[in-house]
Write a protein that binds this ligand. Structure first.
Ligand code: UD1
Length: 341
């Protein structure tokens, strides 16, 4: 597959790993990022892995005129065959404090990207969505036909709204082909430990907090609640290695290339649920290092249990996961250690 693909948020966690898999698949990624939640060190890591630095356009996707100008510059060198749109804010808690920041950024970026796609005749768009669109599903594993309840947070609402915006645009007459990828819980890092998840502030997500706690950069991990109706009382999630997730984007682009019309959602998860305590145990098995932790109160807004029915992605995209939970946690720990070096 030899496509020239714009990767918005390409310096971010999932975006940077996807850049590697795009190159491995023969594509030319063009990173579009304003580095508001990432650093340029990521480009050094990508250079170390790829042997070259990908083309970068430093631009805020929410700034319509700047974004359209960036697309113009990129189009001067050749066709824009696809767009993978990662760029978005993603901190659930912050979104409840600063909803306008989330609406302005996440929604405007998506609208602008679609306008730019239309201007340049780009028909293949892959959108970075989240299993948060399901809230607490009535049945697990959850498949793509599950209803979307009212979103729990402004962040969650931006994912539902952007899915809707893309769906409406695809139905409007413009020949857009779109894959809406609903991620479960991405963890881990590239095996080189040259790139990984880099929370710039206090990590909100489990695995980056856990590895920082083990590295004694943070207080012991607080397990948010052990009185949920699950076998060990802690919440259950579907943790997927970020490189498996990255490969799914390549598979989605490949799939879009074979469709005449498409606007489809795909769950991207392993299909297995693990509790917080199981993640801690798996980390200890994988690394031989003990996780300092204590049980604390529940965190507001957490759903009890969710994991993916990812059979549609397997069937349609020919994609499935290769890495185990232990491997993902080992790679997360290797990355944490590389950061400290
Ligand atoms: C969260 C968001 C989700 C978003 C994703 C990526 C919520 C409700 N969901 O997923 O919409 O797409 O992040 O940003 O916020 N945990 C602890 N201690 C910690 C941190 C987490 O016990 O210090 C537990 C949580 O209670 C949860 C699990 O670990 O059960 C995973 O948490 P997290 O990594 O934050 O992901 P989600 O909440 O699943």
């Amino acid at each position: 597959m030899k496509k020239r693909v714009i990767v918005t948020g390409g310096a971010g966690y999932i975006g940077s790993h996807t850049v590697i898999e795009l190159v491995n698949a023969g594509c030319t990624p063009i990173v579009m990022d304003n580095f508001s939640n990432s650093t340029k060190e990521v480009l050094v890591g990508l250079h170390g892995i790829l042997g070259f630095e990908p083309e970068v356009e430093e631009v805020d996707c929410a700034d319509r005129s700047a974004l359209l100008a960036a697309f113009e510059r990129i189009a001067e060198d050749g066709s824009i065959d696809g767009i993978i749109h990662f760029a978005a804010f993603k901190a659930v808690g912050e979104s409840t404090q600063l909803p306008l920041k989330y609406y302005a950024n996440n929604i405007a970026s998506t609208v602008n990207i679609l306008e730019a796609a239309q201007q340049h005749g780009t028909t293949e768009v892959v959108f970075s969505s989240s299993c948060t669109v399901y809230g607490q599903p009535e049945a697990i594993p959850v498949d793509e036909s599950a209803p979307m309840p009212s979103a729990e947070s402004p962040y969650g609402y931006t994912k539902q709204a952007c899915e809707r915006i893309i769906t409406d645009f695809a139905a409007s007459g413009y020949p857009l082909k779109a894959a809406l990828l609903r991620y479960f819980n991405p963890i881990g890092a590239h095996s080189s430990s040259l790139i990984g998840e880099l929370p710039l502030n206090h990590p909100n997500n489990l695995v980056p907090y856990l590895t920082q706690a083990v590295a004694m950069l943070r207080d012991p991990l607080t397990v948010f609640g052990d009185d949920y109706p699950t076998p060990d009382g802690t919440c259950i999630r579907d943790y997927i290695h970020v490189m498996d997730l990255a490969k799914a984007h390549v598979a989605a682009l490949d799939w879009l290339g074979k469709q005449s019309t498409a606007c489809e959602a795909f769950n991207l998860g392993t299909g297995e649920g693990n509790s917080v305590l199981e993640v801690i145990q798996a980390f200890e098995r994988a690394t031989g290092v003990t996780v300092p932790h204590r049980i604390g109160p529940r965190r507001a807004g957490d759903v009890t249990a969710i994991f993916a029915d990812a059979s549609k992605a397997r069937r349609e995209l020919g994609w499935s996961c290769n890495f185990s939970l232990e491997e993902a946690l080992r790679d997360a720990w290797n990355w944490q250690q590389a950061l400290g070096a």
